[in-house]
Design a protein around this ligand. Structure first.
Ligand code: 4NP
Length: 155
């Protein structure tokens, strides 16, 4: 039995990490796996808010409903409750590592490190741009989900 629990982390938890959560949930279902998938932000600005309407729209266009998600901030317990913490970009990664407590057991990496030939890549922040950016985010998180579950099955 595969026992991974995955936390997606961006800055605000309203644009990228809710899409990553939705894509990983959908992929886990497609693979018949019952995994814990959650998301949060390093910042507190949007605590309690639903995902950005542009994230909800692009997920919905791809058959995934993320409208009920509520933003929360990364907390100390996340470092032991999750086996994997995936950062959307390098700034998120540095911020996660900066608050990592002693006794942290989670593996911490960039989300795109899961995709061979795309290791070290960031998922660009679409917040200040147009709808195209959200479509790009969906493509990136979907590629990461496909790669993660392929790697998991071959592990
Ligand atoms: P996210 O995008 O980190 O992908 O959720 C952002 C959301 C909000 C802000 C910046 C990025 N903001 O500055 O409020």
């Amino acid at each position: 039995m595969i026992r991974a629990s995955i936390l997606m982390v961006c800055l605000g938890n309203i644009c990228r990490s809710p899409l990553a959560e939705g894509a990983f949930r959908a992929a886990a279902n497609a693979h018949g796996l019952d995994l814990t998938v959650d998301s949060c932000g390093t910042a507190a600005f949007h605590i309690g808010n639903a995902p950005d309407p542009r994230s909800i729209a692009v997920a919905s266009q791809n058959g995934v409903d993320i409208s009920a998600l509520q933003a929360r901030q990364l907390c100390e317990a996340d470092f032991t409750e999750f086996t994997h913490i995936f950062a959307m970009d390098h700034e998120n990664l540095a911020n996660i590592k900066a608050v990592r407590p002693a006794g942290s057991t989670a593996e911490i990496a960039l989300l795109m490190d899961n995709v061979s030939d795309r290791e070290g890549e960031a998922i660009a922040d679409p917040y200040y741009g147009g709808d195209d950016g959200f479509a790009d985010t969906w493509e990136d998180v979907t590629a990461a989900a496909e790669a993660f579950f392929a790697n998991l099955k071959s592990a």
